[in-house]
Each structure stands twice: as C-alpha cells, then as structure tokens.
Design a protein around this ligand. Structure first.
Ligand SMILES: Nc1ncnc2c1ncn2[C@@H]1O[C@H](COP(=O)(O)OP(=O)(O)OP(=O)(O)O)[C@@H](O)[C@H]1O
Ligand SMILES: [Mg+2]
Length: 255
C-alpha cells in the first residue's frame, strides 16, 4: 500500500462550543484527485482551513507525507509542499498576472528572497516558474495585464495558478468554479484534470458533474463528520448520501 500523502486522525474543530468538525479521518493518496462534497455548512471549508493552518484544530492530528504538521504554521506547511488556497481577494490587483505568479513562486524560497545578494538568481527562478504556470493556467496571452482587468474566469484561474506556483505536492481548491459561467467552468474543469496528472488535488466542489467525472475518490461530509467515502459511482448509488442531500443542493450547482 502506498503511503498516504495526507491523513487526518480524529480531527476536530470547535468554534466557541460548536463542533464544526468532529473525528474527521481523511486519507488522501498521492497522485489522485480527491473531492470533498456535502451540503452547505457541512464543514468542508473548515477542514481546509485546519489543513492549511489558518485555524487551530481543537483535537486530533494532521499528517503530511509522514510528518505530523498539526502544530506547524501555514508558511511551514507551504514549504513542505501543501499549497495554500488563494482567493481572488488575495491577488495583488494592480500587479500583472505574471507579477502575481512571480511573487507566489518566491513564497517558495522566502529565505532566499530575504538575501538580497541572491535576489537576481531567485528572481530568475521565480520568473521561470511564473511563465511555466501562465501556460498551465492558459493565461499567457494576458500575462502583462493587471489582475483587476482580468475576467472573473481568468482571475479564478490565476488564483489556481498562485497555488501551483509554490510547486506544491498537494493543491487544495475550495469551490474553484463558484460564480462561473458555463465557458469558464469548462476551462476550469480542464485545468483541474490537467493538475491531477502532476499533482495531488484535494477539491471542494458543488458541481457534481465535475466531481463525478474528475475524482478518483469522493468524501461526503455532513454536520462536521465524514458520512461516507468511495469512488464516484459508489457515492452516486449511496442511500445515505441521497438522504444527506435531500432538501439542500442536489442539482449540481448552487443558486
Ligand atoms: N469562524 C466561524 N465561527 C463560527 N462558526 C463558523 C465559523 N466558520 C464556519 N462556521 C460554522 O461551521 C460550520 C461549517 O462551516 P463551513 O464553512 O466549513 O461549511 P462548508 O461545508 O464549507 O459550507 P459551504 O458549502 O456553504 O461552503 C457552519 O455551521 C458554519 O456556520
Ligand atoms: Mg465552504
């Protein structure tokens, strides 16, 4: 059996008395696309925030590539290869797409960025990563445009590019297609499929068509717990999953 890239053990998050996550045991195998789905408020984003170090778990452990990272800062986790999920709001709006990616790439070598005498070398490396990433997220044509002038779909792809530019082993994407029109959804779907070839992707997504077509594994959450995990077809046929979705989104897109 291959070593899990990511594994949580009895992970719990408590917000002032409310258990947003309880006993979550998630295992992500390397080189897979693993989706996390579940009704609104199930705890999916909370899980990602605990994984990236944005919030502190109240119980349990997070293992990444065999190391216990539960008490590491977010920056240390990025350096170990766990990509922070960026939001459109965290882009540098007046800087070009390429500059945004260069900065994200430099985040990977922060100790070098601080050493001015090595600046030129690391800058060249970072620019090379930025250009490689521009091609991957299909933004080479608009590389010089300020982020704020990009379309919504282009901004969302840049956001994914920011995660890729840190050269991660695991990329976490929280609803990358939310608020997108049909054309942009197609482009994002292709991008996620491409990412799955070189990386491990942990994906929160409400669009069931994307989840069912791209995922190797699917974990369904409900009320802060894992309800069931399996292949897309196992999940599709599961009675408990159908029940969990009754009365919430079942249509494969959110209003
Ligand atoms: N900072 C917070 N303080 C208190 N409660 C919170 C906080 N963040 C989230 N919650 C609560 O924790 C639960 C899980 O929220 P979370 O955002 O993780 O759900 P989700 O599965 O990502 O939902 P969605 O599909 O709507 O994005 C919800 O009941 C939410 O109201
Ligand atoms: Mg969420």
């Amino acid at each position: 059996m291959t070593l899990a890239l990511l594994a949580t053990k009895k992970l719990g998050v408590n917000y002032g008395g409310f258990n947003a996550l309880s006993d979550v045991e998630l295992t992500v195998a390397p080189n897979t696309i693993h989706s996390v789905v579940g009704p609104n408020g199930a705890g999916k984003t909370t899980l990602f925030q605990a994984l990236t170090g944005r919030i502190k778990p109240s119980s349990g452990q997070i293992m990444f590539n065999g190391d216990d990272i539960t008490s590491l800062t977010g920056d240390r986790r990025v350096r170990l290869g766990l990509a922070r999920s960026f939001q459109v709001t965290s882009l540098f709006h007046s800087l070009s797409a390429r500059e945004n990616l260069r900065l994200a790439a430099q985040g990977r070598f922060p100790w070098r960025a601080l050493k001015i005498w090595q600046g030129a070398e690391s800058n060249e490396q970072a620019l090379a990563i930025a250009d490689d990433t521009l091609a991957k997220v299909d933004l080479a044509d608009v590389a010089a445009r300020p982020a704020e002038e990009l379309s919504h779909g282009e901004q969302r792809r840049l956001e994914v590019g920011m995660a890729i530019a840190s050269c991660p082993r695991l990329i976490l994407l929280d609803e990358p297609t939310s608020g997108m029109g049909i054309d942009d959804i197609g482009a994002m779907k292709k991008l996620i499929a491409d990412l799955g070839r070189d990386h491990t992707v942990l994906l929160i997504e409400h669009n069931m068509e994307i989840v069912m077509n791209l995922s190797d594994r699917v974990t369904v959450m409900q009320s802060g717990r894992i309800l069931v995990e399996g292949t897309p077809s196992e999940i599709r046929d599961n009675e408990d999953v159908r029940r969990a979705y009754l009365g919430s989104m079942i249509t494969g897109g959110r209003a």
